[in-house]
Design a protein around this ligand. Structure first.
Ligand code: V47
Length: 367
């Protein structure tokens, strides 16, 4: 490492311990640093300042209502044309049946789908209404900002009107998907047919303004540069300064199999752990950084707890998006297994609801 780089990193280290905000240049120095232990120690310090030794998880089930999509992003192996083999769209009853078959102590349904050419906006409202009616105590975290933008286009309603109708039907919060990388250059290459990065941020700003919390993601490891990753984080940090509505940030490693970018190699454990640490350090106004274990494999998800992560997401039950793109992880995990992973890393597991209210803090003993 050159002396200049070493000095830059020492300056970043001092800022982190003083609790000072990092700049774009600091972010670039961090993302180009290969001293993983250094990055991990700094990120762990920030994580412990925010959430001590707690690691959160929840009991949830994912539901993907349809895979028929007009957007057909290059990085996605889940989307289909309506006439393709394997294309599906659930009826409201089918969605309900899946929801009723969630884990017994489920507190969240996580619903992400596709941009279906024919299903009307009323279908999505009806799905939420029926799910809420059947499971009133279950939080409905549904529809990415990209889906919300699409609903305005198919319904002719404004963003406020769409979000208010969904909220009235039972929507509790928005998941963080669809963000990919905000850079217009990258979006024009990988997802030209859906909401821009600016629009994604506008949807979230509006949702937060209506009292809906949300998550945020970044899909990394495809065509983006390190600087574009940092700029993505900075755009999220800026909006969070404005609204305070984001709960957690989830870096999602790109899975290339069966996608239009299948020539790209899957990210390495080294890169995944670095991305967690850099995210934790740059997003000083986010309370939580989450490892979606499904996309990481359990060993990396567990190791991420040393790199600034304080949340392992949930029991999931059924996952289609990453598994279409070659994920070899299980589709679900038991609460007992999550407890074991967290405890083995020397942390205290906390079962939370979607809004991070504590349901149970687990001590040493087996529960
Ligand atoms: O928006 C699509 C990504 C997202 C691939 O908010 C891919 O708590 C990897 O956003 N390889 C959907 N990723 C999933 C998502 C999510 C997951 C878990 C928790 C939360 C949360 C959100 O998956 C999409 C897209 O960014 N994705 N294709 C792929 N080949």
């Amino acid at each position: 490492m050159t002396l200049k780089k070493r000095n830059a990193l020492a300056a970043v280290e001092a800022k982190v311990y003083r609790g000072e905000r990092l700049t774009r240049e600091d972010g670039l120095a961090l993302i180009e640093c290969n001293d993983l232990i250094f990055l991990g120690l700094l990120a762990r310090y920030v994580k412990e300042q925010k959430t001590q030794d707690y690691v959160f998880f929840n009991v949830n089930r994912h539901i993907n209502l349809t895979n028929v999509c007009v957007s057909r992003c290059k990085f996605c192996a889940f989307g289909r044309d309506a006439a393709d083999p394997g294309a599906y769209a659930m009826t409201v009853e089918e969605a309900l049946e899946r929801a009723l078959n969630g884990p017994p102590d489920m507190t969240e349904l996580h619903i992400v789908s596709a941009l279906h050419p024919d299903l009307p906006f009323e279908y999505y409202v009806e799905v939420l209404r029926r799910l809420k009616e059947a499971l009133p105590s279950v939080h409905l975290q549904a529809f990415t900002a990209v889906e919300i933008d699409y609903f305005t286009r198919i319904s002719g309603l404004s963003l406020e009107q769409v979000l208010t109708k969904l909220k009235d039907a039972g929507l509790g919060s928005l998941p963080g998907g669809g963000a990919e990388v905000f850079s217009p250059r990258v979006r024009s290459l990988v997802c030209p047919n859906k909401a821009s990065g600016e629009r994604w941020l506008e949807v979230m700003r509006t949702a937060h303004g209506l009292g809906l919390r949300s998550n945020a993601t970044m899909l990394y490891g495809h065509l983006e540069t390190p600087a574009e990753r940092i700029d993505h984080l900075l755009a999220l940090r800026k909006l969070q300064d404005e609204t305070g509505g984001f709960q957690s940030f989830i870096p999602l490693p790109f899975h290339p199999a069966n996608t239009g970018l299948s020539h790209i190699k899957r990210t390495t454990a080294f890169e995944d752990l670095k991305m967690f640490a850099v995210s934790r350090l740059m997003l000083d106004n986010f309370d939580h950084v989450k490892a979606f274990w499904i996309m990481l494999d359990l060993p990396i998800a567990q190791l991420s707890l040393e790199f600034g992560v304080d949340d392992l997401d949930g029991t999931v039950v059924e996952e289609k998006i990453t598994h279409a793109a070659g994920a070899t992880t299980a589709q679900g995990i038991s609460k007992g297994h999550l407890l074991h992973l967290i405890r083995e890393a020397g942390r205290t597991p906390v079962e939370r609801d979607t809004l991070y209210n504590v349901i149970n803090t687990y001590g040493e003993e087996k529960n």
